[in-house]
Write a protein that binds this ligand. Structure first.
Ligand SMILES: [Zn+2]
Length: 398
C-alpha cells in the first residue's frame, strides 16, 4: 500500500511529512513537491519528489496496479524484461550492425536502471524514472546527464521494444526534453575556403569528399576505391557486411561527384595506403576520428568562436585531473561537426549557380539517402536574401 505525503515545516521549524488525501476528484490543497511512501521488502521507503499533484497521483495509481499484479497472474507466465530485450534484439538482428549494437547497449542499460523485473511492471512512472536516471548519468569529463536529443533517442528505443510487446507507457511529450529540430547549418563559402586552406593534402581530399558527396561519417569511413567510377565521375555507397558496414535504411545509392574531387581522388589513387579503402590509416584499416580532426583544423584556422566551454580529463593515474577549457585554446568548438559538411553539400546542390540549374530536390533526397523528403528540406539551408533578389524582382515583373 502506498500513501502520498508532502513535506512541511512545523511550528518548531522541523521538517515533517504530512499525509495528502488522494480520493477521486480531490485536488491538491498544498504546495508540491509530493512523495510516495510505500513498503518494500518489509521496509518503509520514500520515493523521489514529484513536482505536481497529477504526477504523484499517476505514480500512486501505477504503484497500486503493480501491487495487485502478482496476485492476478501466475509468475510463470510473466515475461522478464531481460527476456523481452533478448527476443527484441533477435528480431532486430538484421538491422545495421551499429544500430544493433546501440539497441543492445541501451536496452540492457534500461533493464538495469528501470528498477523492476517484469515487463508488466513497466508503467509511465517507471519510464519517467528512467528518463530522470539518464538526466543524472555521470558522463566523461565530469559532466552530468546525457544531452536532450540522446535522452529522447534512448527513451524511444525502449518505447519501440514496449510497443512490440503491446505495452503503452509513454512519458507525456511535454515532459520529455525539448529537442530542437535539426536545422540546416551549412558553412558559408568563405568559411569553407578558410577551412580548406588550413588542411594538408590528405585532409583536403577527405573533407572535399565529405563536401562533394554529402555522405555521412560512416559512409565516408567505408568508402572504397571500387565504389568510384572515374569514367562517369560517380560514387556509390555500397554495403560491406564483412567490415560491419551497412548503409542506413539498407539503401545503396549513387551520386555524381564534382570534377575537382574526382581529380583529387585520381591523384591520391597513385599512392594508395590500402587497396580497398580510400581513407585508410597506416595499417590499411578504415580511418577514424574525422570529427576530432575537423575540430583541430578549425582551431588551427583560427575559426573557433572562443566561447564554448568544456571539461577535459588530462594525465594518467594519480596525475589524472579535470581541467576546464574553452574553444579559444582547445579543439572543442561546438560549431564544427561533420553534419555541417553534409548540409553544406546539400545547400550547394540546391542553389542555382549563374545560369546553371540547381539539382532537383528529389535527386538531392536520393543522393543524401533520405527516406523522407521532409528530412531533405530540413537539410537545405535558407538561401541568403541577397542571392534571391533577382528571383524576387523577376517574379514580380520588375
Ligand atoms: Zn566555440
Amino acid at each position: 500500500m502506498a500513501k502520498v505525503y508532502r513535506r512541511e515545516k512545523d511550528e518548531a521549524g522541523q521538517w515533517k511529512y504530512v499525509r495528502v488525501n488522494l480520493g477521486a476528484g480531490r485536488r491538491a490543497a498544498a504546495a508540491p513537491p509530493y512523495y510516495l511512501r510505500y513498503m518494500e521488502d518489509g521496509r518503509r521507503k520514500l520515493s523521489q519528489p514529484y513536482p505536481t499533484f497529477e504526477a504523484v497521483r499517476e505514480a500512486y495509481l501505477a504503484f497500486q496496479k503493480r501491487a495487485q499484479l502478482p496476485k492476478q497472474r501466475d509468475a510463470a507466465e510473466r515475461i522478464s524484461i531481460r527476456d523481452a530485450v533478448d527476443v527484441y534484439l533477435e528480431q532486430k538482428a538484421n538491422k545495421r550492425p551499429r544500430t544493433v549494437r546501440a539497441y543492445h547497449q541501451y536496452l540492457n542499460q534500461f533493464a538495469e536502471l528501470c528498477g523492476v523485473h517484469y515487463l508488466d511492471e513497466i508503467s509511465v512512472e517507471i519510464m519517467r524514472a528512467y528518463k530522470v536516471a539518464l538526466e543524472k548519468l555521470p558522463q566523461r569529463g565530469g559532466r552530468i546527464g546525457l544531452a536532450p536529443a540522446t535522452i529522447d533517442t534512448r527513451v524511444n528505443i525502449v518505447n519501440f521494444m514496449l510497443k512490440k510487446n503491446k505495452i503503452e507507457a509513454r512519458v507525456p511529450a511535454d515532459e520529455m526534453p525539448t529537442v530542437a529540430a535539426e536545422k540546416a547549418n551549412p558553412f558559408t563559402e568563405p568559411e569553407i575556403k578558410k577551412l580548406l586552406a588550413a588542411m594538408d593534402s590528405e585532409d583536403k581530399l577527405l573533407y572535399s569528399f565529405f563536401l562533394g558527396t554529402g555522405c555521412r561519417d560512416q559512409e565516408v569511413r567505408f568508402a572504397a576505391w571500387k565504389d568510384i567510377d572515374f569514367e562517369k565521375e560517380t560514387f556509390r555507397v555500397t554495403r560491406k557486411p564483412d567490415a560491419g558496414f551497412v548503409p542506413k535504411n539498407h539503401e545503396e545509392r549513387t551520386m555524381r561527384l564534382p570534377h575537382s574531387v574526382i581529380a583529387l581522388l585520381k591523384q591520391a589513387s597513385k599512392s594508395k595506403k590500402s587497396e580497398r579503402w580510400i581513407f585508410a590509416d597506416e595499417h590499411g584499416q578504415p580511418k577514424d576520428h574525422f570529427l576530432r580532426n575537423l575540430k583541430y583544423i578549425a582551431l588551427r584556422a583560427g575559426m573557433n568562436c572562443g566561447h564554448c566551454k568544456t571539461t577535459l580529463t588530462i594525465g594518467h593515474g594519480k596525475y589524472k585531473k579535470q581541467v576546464a577549457v574553452t574553444c579559444a585554446t582547445h579543439p572543442v568548438c561546438e560549431h564544427f561537426y561533420l553534419h555541417r559538411l553534409r548540409a553544406t553539400c546539400a545547400t550547394r546542390w540546391s542553389t542555382p549557380h549563374g545560369k546553371v540549374q540547381a539539382v532537383p530536390v528529389r535527386t538531392i533526397q536520393d543522393w543524401l539517402g533520405h527516406k523522407n523528403l521532409e528530412t531533405t528540406m530540413i537539410y537545405l539551408g535558407v538561401i541568403s536574401t541577397d542571392a534571391l533578389s533577382a528571383s524576387v524582382n523577376a517574379a514580380y515583373g520588375d
